[in-house]
Write a protein that binds this ligand. Structure first.
Ligand SMILES: [Zn+2]
Length: 511
């Protein structure tokens, strides 16, 4: 305790002079908005109503349901509609400089599993995102790879021309599929290493190990039975007909920065605009998108001291593509002007918890850059003032705040949960159903307006408003920014976690 306190005091003393100096130097950047009252938390929170939030969510659902795919995946029409709508909504305030930031990447626009049989028996399965197609209907022997299929040496010569059977675990799905492709397999079956089905991504191609093959999932029990059968000497054949449409597309982030306020001391907020293919993505992440949009629109009535910016990221579901592109495009000088980044991904989960990113690392041991703990404390105070319990969620970079952490930008935010299973203890605190995941419609067709928890959504959206009012008026006591390079030890641990050793970000599964 004492060590932490002493360090914090030192940091505060060291930061006092540079902050003042910088604010004076950048005084020319401060542009007060004439004839508008300075924003207050009370006013901004009051402005956020469930009626406005639901109207926004309905708009996003309508975009999705206007097309046969009924989703808002990156590269799809309903996603483009989402992006254009956000741009228009933000421009209509005249309060922000609004730009589209284009970038290109791979997307799997469609995936159809026409046939999947093993030994003549039809199998229920899912296609991994970015899977290749088979050459029409292929029938081939099933070959079990050695170990977990994470090394080229795990793939025997017999793999060539066969359909490989691989267990989930230890390395990314993408590596297994690429190694199978490199070894000449015609397709890969990856079976689960736990109960339940797999809905996951291989990650965007290309990979140095080989081209992806058609890759489909299998339940654990079926996979293990098949392995036993084949290792017992049986010859098993499988038939597969997978048709996917993987293309390079150009998509857009929507960026909006208030015309007023000190642009050398900006607050950034973000949410993602894309859904997965299975559904319209209204909690994930229509809730965050509409939450920050409504705060942005309400903020337009008020004056700010610090510039406030909003990033609506594309391609989160395919691997944090938009937020990564944004952060990597920043010059070092521009990055230093971002004092903090707040992320909101899923804030209306039906089986909700009230969670705050663990910026101080007290709960999970992974803290963020200096300032992240302050943000966590701010949101703790927000819930505490309302007498509503909250707890911490692991700060591992598995959503769009990850790239900001990598750039040493302090970050934080709140969430109501994704596919984590509600514990009995959590049920005792917040109600809901223990033993079920926090959003039972996570990455499903039913992630729609009907299934949002409106109370949780309003609470978290007003929390966004409170944070914006707070940081838009003062950074007093908030640590000054330091360039990348300070505190790299913790950062590299988290980057490793994020980039696949431990797994993917929260909303996609890479292994
Ligand atoms: Zn999400």
């Amino acid at each position: 305790m004492r060590v932490t306190f002493a360090l914090a005091a030192l940091a505060a003393a060291a930061s006092a002079i540079p902050t003042e100096l910088r604010e004076r130097q950048d005084g020319q950047n401060s542009k007060p908005c004439p004839k508008k009252p300075l924003v207050t938390a009370e006013k901004l929170k009051e402005d956020i109503t469930i009626k406005k939030l639901v109207k926004g969510a309905q708009q996003l659902e309508d975009f999705a349901y206007s097309y046969p795919a009924r989703n808002r995946i990156m590269g799809g029409k309903a996603h483009e509609d989402t992006v254009n709508w956000l741009k228009k909504e933000l421009e209509s305030t005249s309060y922000y400089d609004v730009t589209l930031q284009p970038f290109s990447n791979y997307v799997m626009l469609n995936g159809t599993l026409n046939t999947f049989t093993i030994g003549g028996r039809a199998i229920n399965s899912t296609i991994f995102e970015y899977s290749n197609s088979t050459a029409g209907l292929v029938t081939a022997p099933v070959v079990v790879v050695s170990n977990l299929g994470c090394a080229a040496s795990d793939y025997p010569a017999a793999v060539a021309g066969s359909i490989v059977l691989i267990s989930r675990g230890s390395c990314e799905f993408g590596l297994k599929s690429a190694l199978a492709g490199g070894a000449g397999a015609v397709a890969a079956i990856i079976y689960n290493n736990a109960p339940g089905s797999i809905s996951a991504t291989l990650g965007p191609p290309p990979r140095p190990e080989g081209s992806y093959v058609a890759t489909v999932s299998l339940l654990q029990a079926e996979g293990l039975a098949l392995v036993a059968q084949i290792q017992g000497g049986a010859n098993v054949t499988a038939s597969l007909d997978v048709l996917t449409d993987v293309q390079v597309i150009t998509t857009n982030n929507v960026l909006a920065t208030s015309k007023c306020g000190d642009k050398s001391n900006q607050l950034w907020l973000g949410a993602h605009t894309d859904s997965v293919g299975a559904g319209p993505g209204i909690n994930d992440d229509g809730s965050g998108t509409v939450g920050i949009l409504n705060v942005a629109k309400s903020l337009a009535k008020y004056n700010v001291k610090n510039a406030v910016s909003f990033g609506f990221w594309s391609g989160e579901e395919s691997g944090l593509l938009g937020s990564t592109y944004f952060v990597e495009s920043l010059s070092p000088e521009a990055a230093l002007k971002i004092r903090a980044y707040l992320n909101f991904d899923m804030i209306a989960s039906p089986n909700y918890v009230h969670q705050i990113y663990d910026g101080d690392g007290s709960a999970y041991g992974l803290s963020g850059p200096a300032g992240s703990a302050d943000i966590e404390a701010f949101f703790e105070g927000y819930f505490k003032d309302l007498n509503i319990p909250s707890n911490a969620t692991e700060f591992n970079g598995r959503s769009d705040y990850g790239p900001f952490l990598d750039a040493n930008i302090p970050a934080g935010g709140t969430t109501t949960g994704a596919d984590e299973i509600k514990t009995v203890a959590e049920q005792a605190i917040w109600g809901g159903v223990a033993g079920e995941i926090l959003d039972q419609n996570y990455h499903q067709a039913a992630d729609n307006v009907t299934n949002l928890n409106q109370d949780a959504w309003l609470l978290h959206s007003r929390g966004i408003a409170a944070a914006v009012a707070h940081y838009a008026t003062s950074w007093e006591g908030f640590p000054v920014r330091t360039p990348v390079g300070n505190g790299t030890a913790k950062r590299s641990v988290r980057t490793e976690v994020r980039k696949g050793v431990q797994g993917a970000k929260r909303s996609i599964k890479l292994l």
